[in-house]
Design a protein around this ligand. Structure first.
Ligand SMILES: [Zn+2]
Ligand SMILES: [Zn+2]
Length: 419
């Protein structure tokens, strides 16, 4: 028997209402905050991610689905949106649009990661990007958008953690201090961290190994190394966040896993579970567009995994939205009604009425059973007698009401009125 690829899942009809509801919420929030939708291809030239995300990140080193197509082009299934959206920003000359350009995307992403609860190799993200403005009020807006989304999705037990990791002026001194610090403890580090120490010491701060975690607590803090403009940026962001009334705290170890972040980084983490299971996060990436070959252009973004949100909703005991049900089920009784029953169902659907049946391979009794199981409110019964009179019988499947004969011509309006 064939199975879906490891770490990838089918989203079955019963799961769809929760998905569709969450996607609709994401789109509504995006609209309220003034973000417009963009769809980029599922694959990009591999270099977009090599240069954009950074060659020493886990995503690029270990997790990308990279292949050559039949024309020998190096392509990668997108592991994240930001680099792809910045590529689109450059390709379509969005620098000439009014800034900031505020975009959102929803769709599947791919990372060859170890599958676990809420983590898949094909997963889905809602992602927003505000490109072309460095003001900290935009950082606050993006963080606020994320908080509003989680609040309305019913995730209330989340901690907002924020940090600033500086920019190209102040970060080198911080990275050097971090490297010096970790070198002293080199023998205690996990193998991954030892390998990353020289190339990318920032990444050691978010290692989940218990010893590395403890070392991280005592490590130099990026906020102590910020240059004056970066420090001012962070201070202003803090003032906005305080005024927005969203509970937040600083986490000195928060660096996020991607090389392109500058200054602000943030995450929403379950109060119980912490950093390992962040439901969403993001940050500023003022150097990314330049890395992709554009003029230096600031940007800030946020992404959340839809699977994570749905998992946390279920954990929080949130009610699932009801599955879609047909309004009516057409039941045909007798050979001579078959053709008319099929035409009747078609006419009702054309009028916008969700209609199931007729199931002409089944006996009337079996059709009624199916009508019941479908969750339809009404059965529209077409028997020889009804056919001769040009009528149908309405039977109420969920209410204690007597059946009702309705002329076929009036059926749609009557059904719409009872919907
Ligand atoms: Zn480690
Ligand atoms: Zn700085």
């Amino acid at each position: 028997m064939y199975r879906a690829p490891r770490g990838m899942q089918d989203i079955l009809p019963d799961d769809q209402p929760a998905w569709q509801q969450l996607i609709a919420l994401c789109e509504d929030i995006a609209k309220r905050y003034g973000y417009r939708r963009i769809d980029t291809p599922i694959v990009e030239a591999t270099e977009v991610f090599l240069h954009g995300v950074g060659e020493t990140t886990d995503v690029v080193e270990k997790e990308m689905y990279t292949f050559r197509d039949k024309g020998e082009n190096a392509l990668t299934l997108r592991p994240e949106f930001t680099a792809a959206i910045c590529r689109a920003y450059l390709e379509h000359g969005m620098a000439a649009w009014p800034q900031p350009v505020k975009l959102y995307a929803i769709g599947p992403l791919f990372r060859y990661d170890r599958p676990q609860a809420g983590r898949y190799r094909q997963f889905h993200q809602f992602n927003v990007e505000a490109i072309g403005d460095a003001d900290p009020s935009l950082d606050a807006e993006v963080i606020d958008l994320a908080g509003q989304l989680f609040q309305e999705a019913g995730l209330t037990d989340l901690d907002l953690v924020v940090n600033s990791i500086g920019d190209e002026h102040c970060r080198p001194a911080y990275v050097a201090a971090l490297r010096d610090y970790y070198r002293r403890w080199q023998d205690l580090l996990c193998a991954d961290c030892r390998a990353r120490l020289e190339r990318n010491p920032l990444r050691l701060l978010d290692c989940k190994n218990p010893t590395c975690l403890r070392l991280g607590e005592e490590a130099p803090r990026s906020l102590d190394y910020l240059c004056t403009p970066c420090a001012a940026h962070f201070q202003q962001l803090a003032a906005y966040l305080d005024r927005l009334g969203r509970r937040w705290r600083i986490d000195h170890r928060l660096v996020r896993g991607l090389d392109y972040y500058t200054r602000t980084v943030f995450e929403y983490q379950p109060t119980e579970g912490g950093a390992q299971s962040a439901v969403g996060g993001g940050g500023r990436y003022d150097g990314l567009i330049a890395r992709l070959g554009g003029k230096p252009t600031p940007g800030i973004g946020f992404a959340t995994g839809l699977e994570r949100v749905l998992l946390n909703r279920r954990k929080a005991g949130r009610e699932e939205p009801a599955p879609a049900r047909p309004l009516v089920f057409v039941v045909a009784i007798g050979e001579e009604t078959r053709v008319e029953a099929v035409a009747l169902a078609s006419r009702l659907r054309a009028r916008g009425i969700p209609t199931a049946g007729p199931l002409l391979s089944r006996s009337p009794k079996a059709q009624f059973r199916q009508a019941d199981a479908s969750g339809a409110r009404l059965a529209v019964v077409l028997g020889p007698e009804e056919l001769a009179a040009g009528e149908a019988t309405l039977q109420f499947l969920r209410e204690d009401r007597p059946p009702q004969r309705v002329p076929l011509a009036e059926l749609a309006p009557v059904l719409l009125a009872s919907a």
